[in-house]
Design a protein around this ligand. Structure first.
Ligand code: 4AD
Ligand code: MG
Length: 507
């Protein structure tokens, strides 16, 4: 019989099928083995009954260690209670390979252990769900731009010029000359937009970020559209349509994966509403608590958050104490005691999370109140600002000092450039950076000098202003930042198959 895949089972109810995959989990009781099979497309519980499969196959099933591979035949039964909605009543099975003792068990592992085993960790249900969502996002990105007649063009990885400042360039030896790994395809994107009108790049980019934060990778994927004849307003409209399209695609197509991640999607749903747009100066007023949102300042909101966190911690502690007392009393059955113990573990983890959040709030409050007007936003400033709205926010018109050399100055707002950052809610912060490009060649030259960039490396770029100079705009979306937000991850390192960040190059 030809084999099928788990994500096809809904079309095969009550039919006999063959599945090939791996043992993701197994428990046996008398005469029955319950095996969770994973095959890449999903997870399904297989019920292996001694009376149906016979002694030999039942013994085979019992000796299947975690991650052993097998082929299994059986009948597809609807079961709403199971992940995916179906289970398999096995009629026969063949072992393909018995796995050695699998290093990733059911107990909690630290992040370094898991990262060292990333090649195996990718098989876990959470990581599986994240990668499927990442795939949906990538597909939706191409769909969005292709439907709007954008041409995908690829920028080089080896470059001779810095796009986003020289502080985080990776230098390589290019046959005796220095070359840099691309920080952004944008400058090439501008050249390509002058040839094709509407383009987007989708490629790896590199930044030597010498710090471990939950938002920074050294190698990440960037999507960079560039549009001839677009001004900042059109650029922001496109960013908004784009993010709404991609997030909605995930909400519509990845229910199973979001459920596997236990993702609360209420904030994601709000992408369907118009995004908030504000100038940098207004954002600063709000961050510093000088301007209210819905009658409240950032200071008030954060203090309320802190009080609520403390309440939650107290009630979790009370819950733990009660459960411990019950266990100690000896009145519980073994099963009940175990249930309470595992509940206590979960509560302890929750408390650790809550304590971490509570510890952050005074720091945020302090840095928000002391924010120096004119500075770039730090992660905590973004968190504080987005906390006030719970929706994506586009902050535009930034002080020129904090932005890249290529940003166009606003003729009505001297000293400010037409850049825009899109900040995601729930503390995720910047996911998109972009803006309108400077068209004044003299100002560009001045900026290149001010930023201490080598003029020779930009000669070709300046040609774009000499030959058919037009207003144009673009933006860059960091794929991993978007995956992290949509999946509700704690850290960007889980958003890419094999993360690269400061201190990590393997596996
Ligand atoms: O804001 P950035 O630096 O903008 C640019 O590179 C422009 N040239 C884009 C353009 O206009 N074409 O980076 C764009 C996005 C950020 O908003 C963020 O999502 C992501 O790239 N990003 C990173 N993601 C992960 N790790 C890092 N170290 C990142 N640095 C930037
Ligand atoms: Mg940026």
């Amino acid at each position: 019989m030809q084999s099928t895949y788990i994500n096809q089972l809904s079309k095969l109810e009550n039919q006999e099928v063959v599945l090939k995959g791996w043992n993701a989990n197994k428990r046996d009781s008398k005469g029955l083995v319950f095996l969770t099979l994973r095959d890449g497309t999903g997870f399904v519980q297989c019920v292996i009954d001694l009376n149906i499969v016979g002694e030999q196959m039942f013994e085979d099933a019992k000796r299947l260690s975690l991650e052993s591979s097998l082929s299994i035949q059986g009948k597809v039964i609807k079961n709403e209670k199971q992940f995916g909605g179906y289970e398999l009543q096995a009629t026969s099975l063949q072992v393909i390979a018995i796995a050695e003792e699998y290093p990733i068990g059911r107990k909690e592992h630290g992040p370094d252990f898991l990262l060292n085993h990333r090649h195996l960790w990718l098989r876990s249900k959470r990581q599986w769900a994240i990668m499927r969502i990442r795939n949906t996002i990538i597909f939706a990105i191409h769909e969005f731009f292709q439907q709007r007649n954008f041409v995908q063009m690829d920028a080089p990885i080896f470059t001779g010029n810095a796009c986003e400042g020289t502080s985080n360039l990776f230098e390589t030896d290019y046959f005796g000359d220095p070359a840099y790994l691309s920080q952004s395809g944008q400058l090439y994107g501008e050249a390509m937009a002058m040839a094709q009108g509407l383009i987007y790049t989708f490629g790896p980019t590199f930044r030597a970020e010498k710090s471990k934060t939950r938002r920074h990778l050294t190698e990440f994927w960037m999507i960079e559209p560039e549009m001839a004849f677009y001004d900042l307003k059109m650029d922001m409209d496109l960013i908004e349509d784009f993010i709404r399209y991609v997030v909605s695609k995930v909400l519509d197509n990845c229910q199973t994966e979001l459920q596997a991640l236990e993702r609360n999607t209420s904030f994601l749903e709000r992408v369907r509403e118009p995004f908030i747009r504000m100038k940098y100066e207004e954002a600063v007023d709000i961050i510093k608590g000088e301007k209210t949102v819905n009658g409240k300042t950032t200071i008030q909101i954060l203090e309320e958050d802190l009080a609520a966190l403390k309440d939650n911690i107290a009630s979790a502690e009370k819950d733990i104490a009660e459960r411990e007392a019950k266990i100690a009393s000896g009145s519980l059955t073994k099963g009940e005691a175990n249930f309470n113990r595992s509940k206590i573990d979960t509560l302890k983890n929750e408390i650790a999370d809550l304590l971490e959040k509570a510890a952050n709030i005074p720091t945020w409050l302090n840095s928000a109140q002391n924010f120096e007007r004119g500075n770039d936003f730090g992660g905590s400033d973004e968190t504080v600002l987005t906390r006030m709205f719970g929706q994506p926010i586009m902050v535009y018109n930034w002080p020129q000092e904090v932005k890249a050399f290529y940003m166009k100055e606003d003729e009505n707002d001297k000293g400010y450039v037409k850049g825009v950052d899109l900040l995601a809610p729930e503390g995720y912060g910047e996911v998109v950076g972009g803006g309108e490009r400077e068209t004044d060649i003299e100002r560009l030259k001045r900026k290149i000098v001010e930023h201490e960039l080598p003029m020779e490396a930009f000669e070709w770029y300046l040609d774009l202003r000499k030959f058919g100079n037009v207003p144009h705009s673009g933006f860059g979306l960091g794929l991993e930042r978007l995956v992290t937000w949509i999946c509700g991850l704690q850290h960007v390192r889980e958003s890419i198959p094999f993360p690269r960040f400061y201190g990590r190059l393997t596996p």
